[in-house]
Design a protein around this ligand. Structure first.
Ligand SMILES: [Zn+2]
Length: 343
């Protein structure tokens, strides 16, 4: 009975002190009834097998125990939390029913594969860390955000504390370019973005992805998301395509509309282009463009195409060297934030 009361209190139900220690008084009964109501159980105030089971399930929080597909299916609020996080990140885990079934297992493996976490289908320490690190859905209150913005002005140069929106191109129904083996631009750029996100997190920046691995929001919603996030910069990642398979090389784009160009954008584009050339890419230069993702974002924004998906040799190399590429991009962003124009 005392265990029952402890569990109820942990869930936020109030029980009067005189009943502590196991007396089944009116507030304990009320707590049980409220819990039953919330859990969709028969509201009889009696702790039978179903109510006790539901109470145990509600007591789990994510990280308390390893989660995996098992028979019978694991149930609990930790599973529900996992499902809602996976869904928020764009990995379709189905409805938040708190049951670790086949859909949740598939979504988890998809997440692990895309984030280069050991694809073991188990929510252990490594997967929890990866979930934590990719805070793709962030809803700070306006007040908090303004304070943060003030704080950022006083930030030392470097990546720490910077908000960086990473925008993997295409996605959903739009695969972008496709190589001879059926690999898509959408998939490749998502993986690169996720890798870059983890590297940036390692430098204590706040990376945010504008989409999950399977969805393809409209460019304007991506720009709005980055604006609301208060990003310090946005990097949109694509691959180039050309009917001629020998077309090769890296190009980077910053905002330019008519005679107006973004100066920080151009600076960032140059740093990225430099890093890509150093990494062995052929130089297709930086260019001013009025692409919507560059035009509709309020922060310095750059779109990079590290190479051509239509060039089999170049793309094979890009696939093989994705880790190096992510590091080169991270270093270019780092250099950008080390630059202090007025000092
Ligand atoms: Zn593209």
């Amino acid at each position: 009975m005392a265990d029952l009361q402890t569990r109820l209190e942990k869930l936020g139900y109030a029980i009067d002190a005189p009943e502590h220690g196991g007396d089944f008084g009116p507030t304990t009964e009320m707590a049980i009834k409220e819990f039953q109501q919330r859990s969709g159980l028969d509201v009889d105030g009696i702790v039978g097998e179903n109510t006790w089971k539901a109470l145990v399930e509600s007591s789990w929080t994510l990280g308390d125990r390893p989660l995996r597909l098992s028979q019978p299916f694991l149930r609990g609020d930790d599973v529900r939390d996992l499902q809602s996080q996976l869904n928020a990140l764009g990995f379709t885990a189905g409805k938040h029913d708190g049951i670790f079934g086949l859909g949740t297992a598939a979504a988890l493996r998809d997440f692990q594969r895309n984030l280069a976490v050991d694809e073991d289908g188990i929510v252990g320490h490594e997967t929890l860390r990866a979930l934590e690190r990719l805070r793709m859905v962030i809803k700070p209150g306006l007040g908090a955000r303004i304070t943060e913005r003030e704080a950022r002005r006083a930030d030392p140069p470097g990546l720490a504390g910077k908000r960086i929106a990473l925008d993997p191109g295409h996605g959903g129904d739009d695969p972008g370019g496709i190589d001879a083996n059926g690999l898509t631009e959408a998939d490749w750029v998502f993986r690169l973005s996720a890798k870059l996100g983890l590297l940036l997190d390692g430098r204590r920046a706040y990376p945010m992805l504008t989409r999950g691995p399977n969805d393809g929001p409209h460019v304007s919603s991506r720009a709005q998301l980055a604006n609301r996030f208060g990003a310090d910069l946005l990097l949109s990642i694509h691959l180039n395509s050309h009917p001629t398979p020998i077309a090769a090389g890296a190009a980077t784009y910053y905002f330019q509309g008519g005679t107006v160009a973004s100066e920080p954008g151009e600076h960032l584009a140059e740093l990225i282009q430099e890093a890509l050339i150093k990494a062995g890419r052929a130089d297709c230069n930086t260019h001013g463009k009025a692409y919507p993702i560059l035009r509709e974002t309020q922060m310095p924004a750059v779109l990079v195409e590290p190479g051509f998906i239509t060039n089999p040799e170049e793309f094979a190399e890009l696939v093989e060297t994705m880790d190096d590429l992510a590091r080169s991009l991270m270093e270019a962003l780092e250099r950008y934030f080390e630059y202090e124009p007025d000092q």
